[in-house]
Design a protein around this ligand. Structure first.
Ligand code: DGJ
Length: 527
């Protein structure tokens, strides 16, 4: 009997694995959710170094992912490894990554290092590199070949579509569990060293009419690229051409297996953008997001890789990529401690995921050579974020999709922030003494503070933070706030389980958060 029940359960389990819904991104009222296993999911990500997706390296990857408390590993699939000979596919690395990710109970975002990797094509298979006439690079304005693949090469496009489709077909067959929740198509596509391709084939297209789809998407009148876009023509032409190519690769993959797909951007300065050519041209930089949307509808989103640690720029980038037609996702960001607090800024902008870059113990570091190698100490600030939010990531993702989450990170010159919930205002302050009124916060020695407040009910809030104080004010200035009940606890299976009440010193001057990962459910009243 017991055996029969066990067999039935096993069968049901297998069936559930087989029928787990395909992850997807949904939108409602201008907000977004990444749906995994049928419910909103918050990606607490970590991206490994470029050359780490090899069987020999994975034992140095997993310990760092666990040290970070990440729930998702972003890791490349190399075209040169996947298709060693034309039409001959080697799926062994994909299979190994899936098996190990399941053992480690971590999800995957796979990064297709295909035609573009950081504007070049260094990951195309050797048999392609040896036939540059068939798979050409772009030609610069002065006739010099530039180390960047041409988006106007039909053979390259066909080869990439075929390989990417084979990759997605295989994934569909071997991943009924949906271990892989998203796929990045190419890596930082575009070109360094030339604004566009000036080869005769490209020039002919440039001199021709702007495609009707783009005209109608941008509300422009017909004409040649130069007529319609003036000084922006070269850059916009390249953006359209690259996006068109990437969109077709994505569509070929989606036809096999419709996982969420995105393209990532090497950014331009969001506050003082230099002239075209001073940043990577053709990728989804903030000025051409609309062009990418029109050219590549198979992509679910375009995403910023943020390596600017000052808060003015960081926050501007979040604002630019958080749009009703674009879910905010930060697939790469710096991994030095100064970046950690921005995880909360991403949550405050309704982000669906965040991922520091270069997280593994292979010994490589993007920091100046001679700086500390990545280890638990350098990762500690990021690990704290995920330790606090990890156990309730499903609840936070759901509350965020409902528009109930506000979150902030400390800025150097701003020591206090107010979060407006209508009838209540949450006041977040940094560098306030543990005791005493928080009227004169001075900021932390380094800006490490961060806080999240989410509305749970009429007078009920979920509150957490690090290195900050959170207090509340009622909108009615004649009323003073009263903490009716402050429960510290944790979510288990969707239910908040209190472990103690805060009172006395812990609430008399506001709710003080140190480096301890603490989550509160706060019930407010007035007198
Ligand atoms: C951004 C790229 O997307 C990554 O693959 C990596 O090259 C980093 N820059 C720098 O290490």
């Amino acid at each position: 009997m017991i055996r029969a029940v066990a067999a039935a359960l096993l069968f049901a389990g297998c069936l559930a694995a087989q029928t787990a819904p395909v992850p997807r991104i949904v939108a409602k009222d201008g907000r977004h959710a990444l749906m995994v296993d049928g419910a909103p999911f918050l990606m607490l990500g970590a991206q490994a170094n470029n050359s780490s997706a090899w069987p020999a390296m994975m034992p140095k990857v997993w310990p760092a992912i666990h040290a970070l408390n990440a729930n998702t590993l972003e890791i490349p699939i190399y075209w040169e490894q996947f298709e060693p000979g034309p039409g001959r596919f080697d799926t062994s690395t994909i299979d190994l990554l899936l098996q190990q990710a399941r053992e480690h109970k971590v999800r995957l975002v796979l990064l297709w290092f295909g035609t573009w990797k950081n504007g070049s094509s260094h990951y195309t298979p050797m048999w392609m590199k040896r036939q540059r006439d068939r798979y050409p690079l772009i030609v610069g304005a002065k006739g010099r070949t530039v180390d960047s693949p041409s988006p106007h090469a039909p053979a390259t496009l066909e080869a990439d579509k075929r390989a990417f489709a084979a990759f997605m077909r295989h994934l569909k067959a071997v991943d009924p569990q949906r271990t892989v929740i998203m796929v990045q198509v190419e890596n930082e596509p575009g070109s360094w060293g030339s604004i566009r391709d000036y080869s005769p084939a490209a020039q002919k297209l440039f001199d021709g009419p702007v495609p009707g789809e783009l005209l109608s998407a941008l509300g422009k009148q017909p004409g040649s690229w130069a007529q319609v876009f003036g000084a922006d023509a070269d850059e916009f032409f390249h953006a359209w051409s690259v996006a068109r190519f990437v969109g077709q690769v994505a569509a070929a993959g989606k036809a096999e297996y419709p996982l969420p797909m995105y393209a990532n951007a090497a950014l331009r300065d969001p506050l003082k953008p230099g002239p075209p050519g001073s940043y990577e041209s053709g990728g989804p930089t903030d000025n051409v997001i609309g062009i990418w949307k029109a050219a590549a509808p198979a992509l679910d989103l375009v995403a910023p890789d943020i390596y600017m640690s000052d808060s003015a720029r960081y926050l501007k980038v979040l604002e630019l990529y958080h749009r009703p037609d674009n879910a905010l996702f930060v697939p790469e960001t710096g991994s030095s401690p100064a970046y950690a607090r921005y995880f909360f800024s991403v949550l405050g902008n309704q982000g669906i995921g965040f991922s520091p870059f270069g997280v593994d113990y292979t010994g490589f570091s993007n920091a100046p050579l001679g700086a500390a190698r990545m280890n638990e100490e350098t990762l500690a600030q990021f690990a704290l974020n995920y330790k606090v939010v990890g156990p309730m990531m499903r609840e936070i993702a759901k509350l965020s999709f409902e528009g109930k989450v506000q979150a902030v990170a400390e800025e150097k010159e701003t020591h206090s922030r107010t979060l407006d919930f209508g009838d209540w205002t949450a006041v977040v302050s940094y560098g306030t003494p543990g005791f005493g009124r928080g009227d004169n916060p001075r900021g932390n020695a380094e800006p490490t503070g961060r806080a999240l407040v989410a509305r749970l009910g009429p007078n009920e809030f979920l509150v957490t933070g690090l290195f900050c104080r959170v207090d509340f004010r009622n909108a009615d200035s004649g009323k003073q706030r009263e903490f009716l009940r402050v429960e510290e606890g944790a979510y288990a299976n969707g239910v908040f389980k209190p472990s103690r009440l805060w009172n006395g010193d812990q609430t008399d001057w506001g709710l003080n958060f140190t480096s301890a990962p603490q989550v509160l459910r706060v019930t407010l009243g007035t007198f």
